[in-house]
Design a binder for this molecule. Sequence first.
Ligand SMILES: Cc1cc2nc3c(=O)[nH]c(=O)nc-3n(C[C@H](O)[C@H](O)[C@H](O)COP(=O)(O)OP(=O)(O)OC[C@H]3O[C@@H](n4cnc5c(N)ncnc54)[C@H](O)[C@@H]3O)c2cc1C
Length: 402
Amino acid sequence: MESVDLLVVGCGPAGATAAREAARRGLETIVLEKDAVVGSKRVCAAGLRPGFCETFDLPRSLVHCDTPRLALFDAAGREHAMAFGPGHTSTREELDATMAALAAREGAQIRTEALFRRVERAAGRAVVEFADLRAGERRRIAARYLFLATGASARVEGPQLQRLAMMEWPRGLMTTLQVRVYLDRPANAIAYRTLEMHYYAAQDGRQIIAWMFPKRDHLAIGLGVLGKMRGEPLRAELDAFVGRVHDRLYPHADVVRTKQEGHLLYGGMPRPALADANLLIGGTAAGLVDATNGEGIFEAAMSGRFAADAIAGARDNPERAGARYSALLTQRFARRLRHRVRLMRFLERRPARFGMLFERLARSPRFVEVLQREDCDRTMSDRLFLYQQALRFGLGAVTRRE
Ligand SMILES: Cc1cc2nc3c(=O)[nH]c(=O)nc-3n(C[C@H](O)[C@H](O)[C@H](O)COP(=O)(O)OP(=O)(O)OC[C@H]3O[C@@H](n4cnc5c(N)ncnc54)[C@H](O)[C@@H]3O)c2cc1C
């Protein structure tokens, strides 16, 4: 049986960042990825927050469009625009492949077509069984640390992962469907400068979050809904939404090609337990997604960084590494992500609330700026400002008659 310092499962932004930063610190690292080509099957709008490439030392060539404008569309279809960043867009094929290549350059071994099956513990090590899909064989690796970063479809079960399991996980899953629209000529110029998010009710009354994110050669247009939705109504919802985007942004252009893709997204609370000694869970598998907009790439990559930091800093003390990792993640993300779930549920109860909030945001650049900042980076004056805004919005929202 092979033996390694750190075994990472999943080569998305969480796994690849953990591998890159752990290998750089001298940890012998292997990544197991079930797909044959890293990133090739990731369904994602790949919108990136301002400064993403710099934060994770990634080449700017990944960026398709810089998007200095954020446009939020309320339940009545009204647009509320605000300055943002600029944010960026990319594709997951490029982002994940680049992150994996950089991890390999630091010395991590990336094994594709390697499907994680289960983990056991023996003599303080995590013994992972996986299927080598190329060779058609089962293999095992013993690792001093295991970082589980398998995304929204993560199966966190079995006796060894019991302490990380979360009963409510399935209730946070969202069904998504996205289409890449390739045009014969560019859409209206504003499309390439804007990240669009739309919030409205589906035919069956459920809340939809939809988006249009521009890329160099296509527009990514998609939507998500909490829970399951069958293929037919889901496609009908997407067709209707694409029709509206067409009328606004590319009425003059012909569609050359489309590619439809669907996947699960997580939009619930973060996992309460993020580590059990030498077993760490990160990225979307840890529930690190912003429920108001589906952002999870930044959180995933940051969790990978924290895992590498915690493991490298406490190599021979798994209890300390696990505790350090949990503390770093909780301090950085827990408050905001929990709050965003509660905010989303509050807005959904009365859809007119989306418009009230967006109006407030569009009027106040400071509000947008402070909201973008992580809680731990906010000053006392930011916090006071935010409480004031929240109070005004909350009072207005609960007292307003519809
Ligand atoms: C439609 C959609 C749009 C989105 N848009 C955005 C956006 O614009 N911006 C943003 O920030 N976030 C967005 N997200 C969220 C974002 O995709 C995730 O938060 C992010 O990918 C999480 O990264 P991760 O590394 O945790 O997991 P993932 O990126 O999901 O990577 C998990 C990896 O694990 C592998 N894997 C899974 N199971 C196994 C197994 N058993 N064995 C081996 N390998 C396995 C997978 O193949 C995959 O490569 C979107 C999500 C969806 C579904």
